[in-house]
Design a protein around this ligand. Structure first.
Ligand SMILES: [Mn+2]
Length: 294
């Protein structure tokens, strides 16, 4: 199956969520939540991410995670949960209000099979009370989502590894290489060569596939993650957006959809004149009206 047909199939089978003047969505991806060890690129952004989510929760946003949330190639889920318990309890708040939707990527492709998401996410063991407690019961996972307006226009969301044949077809092989070869090397600063985020030629190839699909499909507005490179086109340019990642060295990036507008933002730490540190939100691009991309 070609990249094009994989993306088309994901588009046709996408779960549909409403998009109107009242919709508020925050999109993050590529958290690669890990075990707090040397190879865990998310650990240094965890507090920033958790704070950002708490702000969106208070403001009634729905959180959509565009894949590679849990770093299941490198870690057992038990270790991920132990290192990120507060983050999962934050996700549970969204889930309990039915405002949480996951899309699976290549690093959490195990969640394509509901057996795995149920096993990992439906409950956790609470050390304090010695009881099994509910976590994300019936967590919603899909390959793609369409945010659809009443008139039928939509924003298409997917992880983006559908355009990356090696990581889609041979994801188990990639996982094996990462587990056995690159995880030990990563602690020495050597990056995983199967990741488009570390390989500029691959990154360009993945983006080209997606661009071609968008052009062939009537300039369908599309948002992915996977490459870790944020993209925010100008109105009338090819409407291909990327929310970036939550493992940038000094920030997390994401896309907000509110008031029928889209905005690229980052959350990061600044130092004030008094010497205190503060987590802040900075607008990188936009807001731009969604209708200007249709
Ligand atoms: Mn990915």
């Amino acid at each position: 199956m070609s990249a094009e047909s994989r993306i088309t199939r994901a588009f046709k089978e996408a779960k549909v969520l409403p998009l109107d003047a009242n919709s508020k969505y925050i999109l993050f991806s590529d958290c690669h939540r890990g075990d707090n060890g040397f190879a865990d690129d998310f650990a240094h952004n965890k507090k920033v991410y958790q704070f950002a989510l708490s702000q969106y929760f208070q403001k009634d946003y729905t959180y959509i995670e565009l894949g590679d949330g849990d770093e299941l190639w490198e870690n057992s889920f038990d270790k991920i949960f132990r290192a990120n318990k507060e983050v999962f309890l934050m996700l549970k708040k969204f889930h309990d209000k039915k405002r949480l939707h996951f899309i699976w990527g290549n690093h959490d492709m195990d969640y394509k099979n509901p057996k795995n998401s149920i096993k990992n996410l439906s409950s956790y063991y609470d050390n304090a009370t010695g009881e099994e407690k509910e976590l994300l019961v019936d967590a919603s996972f899909s390959e793609a989502i369409k945010l659809e307006q009443k008139n039928g226009n939509s924003i298409f969301l997917l992880h983006g590894h559908q355009a990356d044949w090696f990581n889609y077809v041979f994801w188990k092989m990639s996982r094996f290489l990462v587990r056995v070869l690159w995880r030990p090397l990563q602690t020495l600063g050597i990056d995983d060569p199967t990741s488009p985020a570390q390989n500029f030629k691959e990154l360009i190839k993945v983006e080209r596939h997606l661009e071609r699909w968008i052009r062939k499909n009537n300039n369908q507005i599309t948002i992915t993650g996977h490459t870790h490179r944020p993209r925010f086109p100008k109105p009338k340019e090819l409407p291909y957006f990327n929310d970036g990642s939550c493992v940038h060295p000094r920030c997390i990036t994401g896309l907000e959809i509110e008031n029928e507008q889209v905005t690229l933002i980052k959350w990061h730490v600044i130092t004030t004149d008094e010497g205190t540190m503060k987590i802040v939100r900075t607008v990188l691009e936009g807001p731009e009206a969604i209708k200007d991309y249709i």
